[in-house]
Design a protein around this ligand. Structure first.
Ligand code: 1X7
Length: 319
């Protein structure tokens, strides 16, 4: 093959593998066997090593982790990653609804209710559709650049379906089965165990050697847009659907309601269904859906007035 044909072969391999990644890790619908997948990856890694001039930042080979870093750079978030006020019972939710309707006046109020993933909040920045930077929440204003580790998350797209410049936020987490597998290995090695999946996810993402992060089946759900160029969105639900369109993994257990009683029933439903999930959640997030109404409600010093986190009661520890 001449160089043109080799470049074409590498591009075709990249496209095929990225498509399989998307089906397997975002849609949970495998399209080839692990064996066939590994075969394709081996061929692509070998060709990229032989022809480095054809390497690109969105190649799936970027997911295996590069060289260890001496430390993590600090990064300033353009839009702060805020924390949420907490609700602990129905009364708190009725109170939240009353405050929202005070500002909403007579306009219809829609609430988007989502699972509150028990992981590590992160921000992802894409320029013209390419993943360029990922950071921890940190103190909400300043986080740590953990791009190399986030790249190893299989469901995190290195190139979006549209060449959009956008900053999105989500929760990196460790599925329960992965958490148990990692702790079994640590136990065999006589290493200290992780207390829970959240600590394990945080510990994995704070590794300076991305090859360690790559071994730990981290995953991510995206749930918010910080900044976006050249696109007008009118609601949070429209924003989430757009994130899915771009190729992000967005949690499917979300639902829109027009009254707080139905929100409370949905919260109760998930309080009991929680153990059936393959990942841990520590509550539910209730957000006003309309962006104009979110703007009208604004923020307190540290959290939005248009959202609240309902915290599940602490699980009884079975001794
Ligand atoms: N779906 C969501 O909005 C969501 C899910 N899981 C979380 N841990 C958080 C945290 C904030 Br802040 S929002 C949010």
């Amino acid at each position: 093959m001449d160089l043109k044909e080799i470049e074409k072969k590498i591009e075709d391999l990249r496209k095929t593998i990225n498509q399989h990644n998307y089906s397997y890790y975002v849609l949970d619908q495998p399209t080839i066997t692990d064996q066939e997948y590994d075969e394709l990856m081996r061929e692509l890694i070998q060709l990229e090593e032989q022809y480095p001039q054809f390497q690109t930042p969105d190649s799936p080979t970027q997911k295996v982790g590069g060289q260890p870093l001496p430390y993590f750079e600090k990064v300033e978030h353009k839009v702060p990653l805020l924390s949420l006020g907490n609700a602990y019972n129905e009364q708190d939710l009725y109170e939240f609804d009353r405050r929202v309707r005070q500002v909403a006046d007579n306009q219809e109020v829609r609430y988007m209710v989502e699972l509150k993933i028990d992981g590590l909040a992160v921000s992802l920045t894409y320029e013209n559709g390419l993943f360029v930077m990922g950071a921890t929440r940190g103190d909400g204003t300043t986080g740590e650049d953990i791009t190399q580790n986030l790249k190893t998350i299989r469901s995190l797209p290195l190139r979006l379906n549209e060449p959009v410049t956008i900053e999105v936020r989500g929760e990196a987490y460790l599925p329960k089965k992965e958490f148990e597998r990692i702790n079994r290995i640590r136990e065999e090695r006589g290493e200290p165990l992780f207390a829970n999946p959240r600590n394990a996810a945080a510990g994995s993402l704070r590794q300076l050697d991305p090859k360690i992060a790559a071994e730990r089946g981290l995953d991510i759900f995206l749930y918010g847009i910080g900044t976006i160029e050249g696109k007008e969105l009118s609601s949070h639900s429209e924003g989430l659907n757009y994130l899915e369109q771009l190729g992000f993994k967005v949690n499917k257990e979300r639902r829109l309601f027009t009254n707080i009683d139905d929100v409370i029933s949905f919260v109760k439903e998930w309080t009991t269904k929680r153990p059936t999930l393959p990942y841990e959640i520590d509550g539910m997030v209730i957000k006003v859906d309309s962006y104009p109404l979110q703007r009208a409600l604004g923020f307190t010093a540290k959290s939005p007035r248009w959202a609240i986190a309902y915290k599940f009661p602490a699980e009884e520890v079975v001794t």
